[in-house]
Every structure is written in C-alpha cells, then in structure tokens.
Design a protein around this ligand. Structure first.
Ligand code: PLP
Length: 423
C-alpha cells in the first residue's frame, strides 16, 4: 500500500514536480520535461506567465472571492463580454463555472429547463457521439461515449442516445462525403426512433480530445447536424472545453467551419492552468426564456468569483497581446510536419490528425488493415513512459471501445517557439 494519503487513478509511480517555466517543467531530481500536452491540455500559456501572475496578485490584493448572489464583480463582467466578443456575438450570454464537467452539466440543465419553460417537458433525450468525452460528473458522463468510463455508472446515469461520430481514418465508406451522409442517416434514424420531439439537444466536440485522439468533424457534417437540430426543433451544443480559447488557432474551433451552436461549453485553457474557470455560452433568447420562468436552477459556489475571472481575463488578454492565434497557426503547421515525418518513418504511426495546437497520433499494428495493437501490448502506456524518460510529456489513451486503438495527443502551450517545436 502506498504511504501517501493521496489517491487518484491507478498508474505508475510519478516524479515529484519542483517548478516550471514556459514550456518546461522540472522534477525534484532536477530532470526537465517539455510539456507537450500543456498538462491536461490546459496550461495554454505555458508556466509562470508573468502577465497572469501579476493579474492574479493584483486581484488578490483587492478581493479574491465574492458570491455571485451578493455582488457583481468587474472581472466577471469583463470576461463575460470578452467571451461574447470572441464568438463575434454568435452567443450572447455567459454562465461561469469552475470546470469542464460543470460547464457540460450546466448546458444539460439549461437546455432541459429551456424546454420545460416552453411547455415541452416531453423532451428528455440527448444525442451524443461515440466515442466522445464530456466530463466525469454523472450528467456529463451520461452524454459521454467512452465505454470504460460509462460501464460502472450506466444504470445510475440517464445515458444519452449514442450515434457514431466522424472517423475519417477508419471510415468504411468510399469517400468522406459518403461517410458523412451515412453518419447523418444513422443519426436521423436514431432521432426518429426515439421520437423527434423527445430530443433536447445534440452534443458534440468539434475536435475531440483524448477519447478520440483529436478526431475532427468537417463542414458538411456540422452543417448536416445543424440541419437535423433545426428540423427536429432541438438545440445544438458544442463542447469546446478542450478545443476552445485559441487551442485550434481560432477563438473557438466551430469558427473554422462557420456552423454556430446554440450553447457552447469551455474551460481548460480559459484558466490556462492558473485557476479553475469554465463557462457556458448561449443564445440570449434561451436564457431569456429560462429567466422569465423562474430562473436557472443551478450554480456552483466558486463560479465566477473575482480571482477566477481575473485569471481568465488575463489569459485571454495574453492570447490577444502575444498574437497567439497566429502563433498557433504557424507552429501548428510546423508540428504537423514533424508528426507527418514520424508517420513517414515509422510503420506503426497510422494517422496524424488535428488542427492548430491540437494533434492526435494513432498507432496501428498494421498500416494497410489499420489493425490496432492488442490491448495486452499496453502500447499507449509504454509510449508515454518512453517519451517521459526522454523528457517529453504527451497525453495518451487507448480506445477500449474496439473503435480504435492506441493514440496520444500532442498539444503544447500556444506560446511554443519554433526552436522548442523542433526539439
Ligand atoms: N469536455 C471535454 C471535451 C473535455 O475534454 C473534458 C476534459 O478533458 C471535459 C469536458 C471535462 O472537463 P473537466 O476535467 O475540467 O471537468
């Protein structure tokens, strides 16, 4: 038994962190690591960012915490306006939370309350993709399509209707277009089987994270899903907890395809690893309807506190001031070329996919059949351990759904330099 009272998941022994600067971390033995996955794709501005530190200290000198029902606070108002501006006013209302799971829970509950307020309480199903990841709390887990996480809780969550998500690497159809048509056909079929007027929303990640190894949608797919939502009168929720706030080279990933959701969740990069802060963004009329019918029955203690929002504001300001959206586009291209070179060199690199600073690498046993390595090979853990030994942190996952194989994410901070990418 471990002598420490701390516990998380099972896993190998870990080094103890000492300190960090920029894209590097050091352990207490003096070894350095390049943070190739921004922690959990959250330290978007690298470590020890002076602008963020100064903004946090300045806010601590004023007031760290006020409760949202007692005071308005300037940082919260300013960050909410910034987020709305980042969507170009596509979404006009903001509800703060402290994590990605809370953002997804909030989206689920707001969407349900919206239909209650409209007298459509028969709408009780969510549609989401398999594979997908939307969080670890029970509501967010209910829309998550990743079996190892779902199984122990399946009978105590209200699981969503799961439909297959885009997989342009392993698709069975002859072309991407045919693949998208087939996905949309299956989605429609499932919605009709449940009853079109029983659906609250379709939830999806425009670019996936660890559960899919950065699988991407395309424009035709998003347009098709938007049309289905409009036809059946349900809402479209984009989960940009991981892909939002500049990670893909746009403020939000949906902006690459120009298909606008009704609700959007974001977190991780918003606090940039300095303080937990997340947000639900949504259409004003949805909020107005809920507010006119008793208000949103939901909230978390730390939501929207001044220190959280001052941190988020400083993170967004830093992305603007340091032109990091441009850096993501340029360095992202460099990273892609490096990963493509790995693919050309090693027969076990099956696919490199992603956008901006969000890349997934899928490993296969056989390139022509795309057969994954057997689970017993424990490849994802071995590759991660090897990379760590070499001083590189990556974010691994094995798909245990049988839908894919081992993959890892390469997602360094948006601040990474040309020289650091090539290390
Ligand atoms: N949604 C997505 C797309 C995520 O990638 C994650 C976390 O990885 C979450 C939700 C849950 O966020 P958190 O871990 O902050 O609760």
């Amino acid at each position: 038994m471990s002598s420490s009272p701390l516990f998380y998941q099972a896993g190998p022994a870990m080094p103890e962190v000492s300190h960090a600067r920029g894209v590097f971390l050091w352990d207490t033995e003096g070894r350095d690591y390049l943070d190739g996955c921004s922690g959990a794709i959250s330290c978007n501005l690298g470590h020890h960012h002076e602008g963020i530190r100064d903004a946090m200290l300045a806010q601590l000198d004023k007031v760290a915490f006020t409760y949202r029902t007692q005071f308005e606070n300037g940082p919260a108002m300013a960050l909410a306006q910034s987020l709305v501006d980042m969507t170009n006013q596509d979404l006009e209302k903001v509800f703060f939370v402290s994590s990605g799971s809370e953002a997804v829970e909030s989206a689920i509950k707001l969407a349900r309350q919206y239909f209650f307020a409209r007298g459509e309480s028969q709408r009780r199903h969510f549609v989401s993709l398999r594979p997908s990841y939307h969080g670890s709390t029970l509501g967010a887990l209910g829309v998550t399509g990743y079996q190892p996480l779902e199984v122990p809780f399946a009978d105590i969550t209200q699981g969503s209707i799961k439909v297959p998500g885009p997989d342009f690497f392993r698709r069975a159809e002859a072309s991407d277009d045919a693949h998208v048509r087939e996905l949309l056909r299956q989605t429609r079929e499932q919605i009709e089987a449940a009853g079109g007027d029983s659906i609250i929303a379709i939830v999806l990640e425009p670019v996936g994270g660890a559960s899919t190894g950065a699988r991407m949608v395309n424009k035709a797919y998003l347009e098709g899903v938007r049309e289905l939502c409009d036809e059946f009168g349900c809402l479209l929720i984009f989960d940009e907890v991981l892909s939002g706030v500049g990670r893909t080279g746009a403020w939000f990933a949906y902006q690459h395809w120009g298909v606008v959701p009704d609700l959007l969740t974001t977190a991780k990069g918003l606090g940039a690893g300095y303080y937990p802060v997340g947000a639900l963004l949504c259409r004003a009329d949805i909020v107005d309807t809920v507010m006119a019918n008793g208000g949103f029955q939901h909230g978390h203690t730390y939501a929207g506190n001044p220190l959280a929002c001052a941190t988020g504001l400083a993170a967004v300001e830093a992305i603007r001031k340091e032109n990091l959206l441009d850096n993501v586009a340029i360095r992202g291209q460099q990273l892609r070329e490096g990963l493509d070179a790995l693919k050309a060199r090693f027969g076990f690199v099956g696919d490199v996919r992603g956008i901006g600073m969000l890349w997934g690498v899928e490993l296969v046993q056989d390139l022509s059949s795309k057969a994954p390595f057997p689970a017993e090979a424990n490849l994802f853990a071995r590759v991660t351990a090897l990379a760590k030994e070499e001083g590189l942190l990556i974010y691994p996952r094995r798909s245990l759904d049988g839908l894919a194989g081992d993959h890892f994410l390469v997602c360094p901070p948006l601040t990474i330099s040309e020289q650091e990418v090539s290390l």
